[in-house]
Design a protein around this ligand. Structure first.
Ligand SMILES: Cc1cc2nc3c(=O)[nH]c(=O)nc-3n(C[C@H](O)[C@H](O)[C@H](O)COP(=O)(O)OP(=O)(O)OC[C@H]3O[C@@H](n4cnc5c(N)ncnc54)[C@H](O)[C@@H]3O)c2cc1C
Ligand code: SF4
Length: 326
């Protein structure tokens, strides 16, 4: 690990001011950032510790819920309103990492966690995300965890988190504060596709700090989070589906779906709800939904299996949600 300065922010404005320097990074739970610093993947000159700021509260916000950026994953998953009204979120969080990590991991840090691409975390390897212009080791390399949707010739990495996939299905909003004021961004638009600038994971500008995530008023329906991974715990998603699906009189009335493990961001395709809502559920319909989702999907050799895996996982989730026999 390279030597660095440590500053503790006492006020949010102070944290934004310090973090506006491109050599400074905010530190929350540290479970991702410190690991990457040990590997010299992240080499900030200064860490600004935001852990003492009062951003840990989970509170009612109208009919919805505001989850502070410093609320731990454990506190969020255990919160009675989350368990009762947003179970897909509790299930997604509990499908991630381990109890010890979730005790430290925060809402803001979880949203900003970096990719698990093996080339990104190995400084001896080429990686356009870590070192723009150096190439992408994963294309034509070891790409089992990598993306099949929205990839670019510069980067095929996936966003590895679970929590944000459920938040995308719930259409939650990220609240952000920076030197130029406050703004809100839908979780669905918070992470970026890699394009020609894979070094930028999300839409945060220098100095911007996530202060909270707001969940809209709860909606009726069955909540499902299904995560397919190499082993049943302590592993990142090969493919995950967060779903809130409701039915009335034999027809689907709601189908809010988001997908993890497939792209540089939690994947949300509004065409899937348009297809499913007002239709009678059937295997043929689910197959059409998978066709839409996977339109333009591209494998990179080692991860070709994700295309049929995603089709099967989506079908299984929709069967579970609607009672159709697989
Ligand atoms: C072994 C292991 C297994 C894991 N498995 C999973 C898994 O299965 N699923 C999953 O979802 N996650 C998994 N994780 C990742 C874990 O969830 C993240 O490390 C954690 O959520 C990061 O939160 P943190 O508060 O510790 O962030 P930190 O490490 O403190 O920060 C992470 C990044 O976010 C930035 N940041 C932090 N807070 C803010 C803020 N408020 N505003 C702006 N930027 C901010 C930091 O500057 C840094 O770049 C795993 C981690 C480990 C080590
Ligand atoms: S996939 Fe992205 S993160 Fe991985 S080596 Fe290529 S550029 Fe780097």
């Amino acid at each position: 690990m390279r030597p660095f300065d440590y500053q503790r922010a006492e006020r949010l404005e102070h944290a934004s001011q310090l973090a506006a320097d491109s050599e400074t990074l905010p530190l929350a739970g540290g479970t991702n950032l410190i690991d990457l610093m040990k590997l010299q993947v992240e080499t900030p000159q200064t860490l600004v510790d935001i852990g003492r700021l009062s951003m840990g509260e989970i509170a009612e916000e109208g009919e919805g819920l505001r989850i502070g950026a410093l609320a731990t994953n454990t506190a969020t998953a255990a919160h009675p309103r989350v368990r009762a009204d947003y179970p897909v979120l509790a299930r997604a969080i509990l499908a991630g990492a381990t109890q010890q990590l979730r005790n430290k991991a925060t809402t803001g840090g979880n949203l900003c966690q970096r990719t698990r691409c093996y080339y990104f975390t190995n400084i001896d390897q080429p990686c356009n995300k870590r070192e723009p212009g150096s190439g992408c080791g994963a294309i034509d390399g070891v790409a089992r965890l990598h993306g099949i949707l929205g990839t670019s010739p510069q980067c095929i990495a996936t966003y590895p988190g679970d929590m944000a996939v459920a938040m995308a299905a719930l259409d939650a909003t990220v609240e952000i504060t920076g030197e130029s004021g406050e703004r809100s961004v839908p979780v669905r638009d918070f992470h970026r596709l890699p394009g020609d600038t894979p070094e930028k994971d999300n839409v945060l500008e220098p100095g911007e700090i996530i202060t909270a995530v707001t969940l809209p008023a709860p909606v009726s329906g069955k909540h499902i989070y299904r995560k397919v991974r190499e082993r049943s715990s302590y592993a990142f998603a090969l493919c995950s589906v967060a779903a809130i699906v409701d039915m009335a009189e034999g027809r689907i009335t709601r189908a809010d779906l988001a997908f993890g493990g497939l792209a540089h961001k939690p994947w949300h395709d509004p065409r899937i709800a348009e297809l499913l809502v007002d239709s009678e559920p059937s295997l043929a319909l689910f197959d059409k939904a998978a066709d839409l989702l996977l339109e333009g999907a591209q494998g990179y050799g080692e991860n070709d299996f994700k295309i049929p895996l995603t089709r099967r996982t989506l079908t299984a989730v929709l069967c579970d949600a609607t009672g159709v026999e697989a």
